[in-house]
Design a protein around this ligand. Structure first.
Ligand code: MN
Length: 305
């Protein structure tokens, strides 16, 4: 084979779990197998909040940033399971996002687990240095809002606290980082925090998600954010936009779902996962909506109520 190098990719607009999983898998391949692997972040910039967490935990994501070239033709996906890259083959997937789609690739690991980082490290701790195990624990706290999210699994919580005990990690710091609020100094940025784009039954769907507290984020700010995403939805002629607001004081979530035929608001009495609950629900209900309607304007008023 001309080029044996494997390229590892996290999802677009990578979060901490994506970045840490890429670093973990790159380490694993280069250290313990005959393959050469490189974790690549093609995104020119990452979310402000993600960048801050990288800084305070010495996660050097910048050395991974570069554009893909035509030589990058053997791809491994971490923390997502779908990607189209011209001329490249996806040879392995390590993920924890439920999907109903069949994936045909030689190595496919997708299971219900709190984070992709935990999928890579749990039970294989001896393959990784302490510093990388700590990052895997950090990624798990962040991906599950410190195990408050509906996607948190009890066995991973036990694992994470066991790692904290064995390696004497800073439990309080990990817990607090997992509950980090979205920086709302710049509302135009905050509105699109953790943005992900989906193609669901050939509809264009975009979903952002923010973590807020009543103490720091006023109702006016939230309303402004709703207005920003609504304008974005209209300007980009999207089929669906969902803004997920996680109330970090009470661990409750709200999904503001903008469809072409109106806006729906789902209130959840738990911190509710986008990948495990909100997207699968949308997959079920998307066909009940009409996408040729122009009634949206009449319904805009309901979004701020
Ligand atoms: Mn993840």
């Amino acid at each position: 084979m001309e080029n044996n190098k494997l390229v590892i990719l996290g999802h677009i607009n990578p979060d901490i779990d994506s970045i840490v999983s890429g670093i973990l898998l790159e380490y694993y391949f280069n250290k313990h197998t005959k393959y050469e692997a490189e974790f690549v972040i093609p995104d020119e910039r990452i979310d402000n909040d993600t960048e801050k967490i990288c800084k305070s935990n010495n996660i050097d994501y910048k050395t991974h940033q570069r554009q893909l070239t035509k030589d990058d033709n053997q791809i491994i996906l971490v923390d997502h399971n779908e990607r189209d890259i011209e001329g490249a083959k996806i040879i392995a997937i390590y993920d924890h996002h439920p999907t109903t789609k069949q994936n045909y690739c030689p190595v496919y690991h997708n299971k219900i687990i709190s984070s992709t980082a935990a999928l890579l490290v749990e039970g294989r701790e001896s393959y990784f240095p302490k510093e990388l195990i700590e990052l895997a624990v950090l990624a798990t706290f962040i991906d599950t809002a410190s195990f408050n999210s509906t996607k948190a699994q009890e066995k991973d919580k036990i694992w994470a606290y066991e790692m904290i005990r064995i390696f004497k990690f800073d439990q309080d710091k990990l817990y607090q980082t997992g509950l980090s609020l979205t920086d709302t100094t710049n509302l135009e940025e905050a509105a699109f925090a953790c943005l992900k784009k989906y193609n669901i039954k050939s509809k264009q769907v975009e979903v952002s998600s923010i973590q807020v507290s009543n103490k720091t984020t006023s109702k006016e700010k939230i309303n402004k954010i709703k207005e920003i995403v609504l304008n974005y939805f209209l300007e980009n002629n999207l089929d669906v936009y969902i803004l997920i607001i996680h109330d970090m004081d009470n661990f409750k979530s709200t999904a503001y779902k903008i469809f072409k035929d109106g806006i729906e608001i789902d209130n959840y009495d738990k911190y509710t996962s986008r990948g495990n609950v909100i997207i699968p629900k949308l997959e079920q209900e998307i066909e009940n909506h009409t996408f040729s309607s122009n009634k949206l304007k009449e319904k805009i008023r309901t979004i701020n109520e």
